[in-house]
Design a protein around this ligand. Structure first.
Ligand SMILES: [Zn+2]
Length: 481
């Protein structure tokens, strides 16, 4: 089977929890992590007679998402009942939006390996989340704390063609939504999750293949892997002359495969009806314009500005701007620093790796990272020492300059001292010296390592290498007969 004979058509439906303090139709808290069923009331549990009351903030946040994604925001829209039965949905209907969504016809530009691509966004609508089923020891429990959390569903056009592209789109979408304060975007807590529609056809065919829906994927990596697996699976079926069944599947993280959830016989019929308990939603032109004026600088524009203002690498700028808090932190560091490139490097390669659990609430203050970049940039300490100091700052705050002074951590750049150490090292490691002399130039690494060890990691690495090369050239190896 040649994969080049096939092409995939992919669309994403992304659900994002809106960052409101209370739920969409009642005043229950939306805080994550509370004990099960402690944040619910008759409205979010759907008890008979309870009446919903729309949280205006949810509408504003949803409209902001639409504006950030270049959508048209409708001045008038309404809510509808999407009717289906499932134990996590006690009303047996979800309040959502059908024909008249809040936002339509937007797009998001993503950067891919093949250049920039514009991915269409057909609609964004508001809806309520359902409760959560917890399966344990052969029984199923239900937590209704999540029931009634406000969501937006962002439906893309089927403009994506590979798993990588879909993951890039999801990353860019998350960055935009988080930068606007629409959602906290914590995929591990489920506040951003996505359903993927994949179909595959032979290249040149106009008609779309039968699509599979993969439900509730909650990581960028899994989105990419699930799609790539699914494309291969469809292509293999088509290559064998078989039909792809119309199915809903889920991604199994352990096996890296998608597995069948249910076979669909036809498109679901949700019997949408107008929600009779809620009035239409009006947004005046002035309100929409006021929300537009509140939009912050979006991630792409910010990345371009960081490159311009601080002369950092484009890739670094993009990673920094993938999360607003991270970019804010970097700017706080770089604003008072003559070495923003070094600061970006320390932040992205060392600091983020050390505080993986919560990288955006760094234990190291912006001022300290700025000072550390300065010590490194001015050559007071070398990069080995800088990394060690950063590690210590992650464990607890201290004054950098005083510590460097007190503990004599400064870089050794005195030529006479370094020369002496290098000569002693050559005496100590005659084997490495003769290897080097016999053409094994990599032997210089072990000599460099020994010089570093002798100086507790403080030797200037560039000077060390230069001195080693010069002295090795002059060095006579004793010949043993
Ligand atoms: Zn409630």
């Amino acid at each position: 089977m040649k994969m080049n004979d096939f092409e995939a058509v992919i669309g994403l439906e992304v659900h994002a929890e809106l960052k409101t303090a209370s739920k969409i139709f009642c005043s229950c808290s939306t805080a994550f992590g509370a004990s099960p069923n402690t944040q619910c009331c008759p409205i979010c549990m759907g008890l008979p007679g309870a009446l919903p009351c729309l949280n205006r903030r949810a509408v504003e946040l949803a409209a902001m998402a639409g504006l950030a994604l270049d959508c048209t925001v409708s001045p008038l829209c309404r809510t509808d009942r999407k009717q289906y039965f499932y134990p996590d949905l006690p009303k047996a209907y979800q309040i959502s939006q059908a024909e008249l969504p809040l936002c339509r016809n937007g797009f998001l530009t993503i950067k891919t390996l093949a250049g920039e691509r514009r991915i269409g966004i057909s609609r964004i609508h508001i809806e309520e989340d359902a409760g959560k089923l917890i399966h344990s020891e052969g029984s199923t429990l239900i937590d209704y704390n999540r029931s009634g959390i406000p969501l937006i569903e962002i439906v893309s056009e089927p403009d994506l063609h590979t798993g990588r592209e879909a993951a890039d789109y999801l990353r860019a979408l998350r960055a935009v939504l988080v930068s606007c304060g629409v959602t906290d975007g914590k995929m591990q807590e489920g506040s951003l999750r996505c359903d993927v529609n994949v179909s595959v056809r032979r290249v040149g065919e106009k008609k779309l293949g039968v699509r599979t829906e993969i439900k509730n994927i909650n990581s960028f990596v899994f989105v990419e892997k699930a799609i790539e697996y699914e494309i291969q699976r469809h292509a293999a079926l088509l290559a064998d002359g078989k039909e792809v069944p119309f199915e809903t599947r889920r991604y199994d993280e352990a096996s890296g495969k998608t597995v069948l959830m249910r076979v669909k016989e036809r498109a679901e019929d949700y019997r949408f009806m107008k929600e009779p308990d809620l009035p239409p939603i009006y947004l005046r032109e002035e309100e929409i314009e006021a929300l537009r004026a509140m939009l912050p600088e979006l991630p792409d524009a910010r990345a371009e500005r960081l490159v311009r203002e601080y002369a950092i690498a484009e890739d670094d700028a993009r990673i920094l701007c993938s999360d607003r808090a991270l970019a804010d932190y970097f700017e706080a560091v770089a604003d008072n620093c003559r070495y923003p490139r070094l600061a970006a490097n320390l932040l992205l390669t060392d600091l983020l790796r050390r505080c993986q659990t919560d990288p955006f609430h760094s234990p190291v203050s912006a001022q300290r990272l700025s000072s550390l970049a300065a010590l490194l940039g001015e050559g007071t300490v070398n990069s080995t020492t800088a990394k060690k100091l950063l590690q210590r700052l992650c464990e607890g705050d201290f004054d950098l300059s005083a510590t460097v002074e007190c503990e004599s951590l400064g870089q050794i750049r005195d030529e006479a001292i370094l020369k002496k150490t290098v000569l002693e090292t050559l005496e100590e490691l005659p084997r490495a010296v003769s290897d080097y002399k016999n053409g094994k130039t990599a032997a210089i690494k072990s000599l460099q390592g020994r010089v570093m060890a002798r100086t507790q990691g403080r030797a200037d690495p560039v000077m060390t290498e230069r001195l080693l090369k010069t002295l090795l050239a002059e060095y006579e190896v004793e010949q043993h007969v």
